[in-house]
Design a protein around this ligand. Structure first.
Ligand SMILES: *Cc1c(COP(=O)(O)O)cnc(C)c1O
Length: 358
């Protein structure tokens, strides 16, 4: 018997979540962001479901782009960080990939390449995140250069928001974008999930939602998306593989970090940090067992964790345990562990089998 841990995909969630995106951004094309192996869901497992309602796929690994082409996706593919070596341009040309351009050397390399056809590019503006992109006062000249290059086809303006998910919003960065791009009549692609949901002024020609396609919150707080109809695309589940009966003072797990106040029945679950479950999750992190919400106890081990069975006395060896998914938002587990759903989903370990469910 294999270990009982599995990640079950709810492939119907993708069409549902893309419909939510369309509701919020009705006249905009959608890049479905599938970087990091489709946020841990497995690009090869999910791309077909996403393909039915997307206009394109955005990612950053060339290997993932090639996988999509080899599996038959003929629509647009955007490389969110562009290319990392001039030698990669031959593959961009061969596989017809749209590329972000965030540096002079990239523009130079495109100018010098020998191509079958011009490349479509996304000129990346640094509007305040100070990660990648051209400075606002350079954008106009970069655009003047780019549009003269025979190797460049269409040009779209791209930027990325640092605080679209918080009270600060996008106002300041939008002002920078408006100033830098005032004289440029370029289609725009600016919005991540948070901007797609909450800042319509950013929508432009294309939006780039990632995390909401997988049914998790861009803010890290599930309550922020609870009412808009998103569905989780993954349930991580396992089983109870052992039971212990504690007495007052008995301690649990490495470091003995949890001690029982009185008699307490606990379960041992086949899931640990080597499966991608956060080791930092403290006692009290939520877990769903047989229709009841319960909590972890003590430290998470590499391959196991312990849970309180007080709210579910009927649970026994073989009982199903949901670590996150349809009954327990990944955001709630992440919040307890001091991180985001993004990190938990993308950290799912390769040893966890991913299966298609209903
Ligand atoms: C990851 C990423 C996105 C998607 O972000 P979400 O918060 O998951 O919606 C959009 N644009 C860029 C450039 C990204 O790197």
């Amino acid at each position: 018997m294999p270990r009982p841990i599995t990640a079950t995909l709810h492939l119907d969630a993708f069409a549902n979540n893309q419909q939510v995106v369309r509701r919020f951004a009705p006249s905009t094309k959608i890049w479905s962001v599938v970087k990091a192996n489709a946020y841990g869901h497995g690009l090869k497992n999910v791309w077909r479901s996403l393909a039915e309602h997307t206009d394109g796929f955005a990612l950053l690994d060339l290997a993932e782009a090639v996988l999509l082409r080899e599996r038959g996706w003929r629509g647009p593919i955007l490389l969110l960080e562009g290319f990392f070596q001039p030698a990669e341009i031959a593959l961009l040309d061969r596989y017809r990939l749209t590329t972000a351009v965030n540096s002079d050397w990239q523009l130079q390399a495109i100018a010098e390449a020998r191509l079958q056809a011009p490349l479509d590019v996304y000129l990346k503006l640094n509007s305040g995140m100070n990660r990648l992109g051209f400075a606002p006062d350079r954008l106009h000249n970069v655009w003047l250069t780019a549009r003269e290059l025979a190797n460049i086809g269409s040009i779209t303006l791209m930027s990325h928001f640092a605080t679209a998910d918080s009270d600060e919003g996008v106002e300041q960065q939008m002002a920078t974008i408006e100033r830098a791009a005032a004289a440029l009549d370029l289609p725009r692609c600016l919005a991540n999930s948070a901007a797609t949901l909450w800042h319509p002024s950013t929508h432009g020609s294309w939006v780039r939602p990632g995390i909401i396609l997988y049914g998790a919150s861009p803010t890290g707080d599930w309550r922020d998306i609870a009412d808009i109809g998103l569905q989780p695309a993954m349930t991580l589940s396992s089983e109870i593989i052992g039971i212990q009966q504690l007495q007052a003072g008995d301690r649990v797990g490495y470091g003995g970090r949890y001690a029982a106040d009185g008699p307490q029945r606990i379960g041992v679950v086949a899931c640990g940090y080597a499966d991608g479950y956060p080791r930092h999750a403290p006692t009290g992190t939520p877990v769903w067992i047989e229709g009841a919400l319960t909590r972890t106890l003590g430290s998470v081990s590499m391959d196991m964790m312990m849970v309180d069975l007080t709210p579910c006395p009927q649970a026994t060896v073989g009982s199903k345990v949901e670590l996150w998914g349809r009954n327990l938002p990944v955001d709630n587990v992440a919040a307890a562990a001091g991180t985001l759903g993004y990190e938990l989903l993308t950290a799912l370990a390769a040893r966890v089998p991913i299966i298609a469910g209903e």
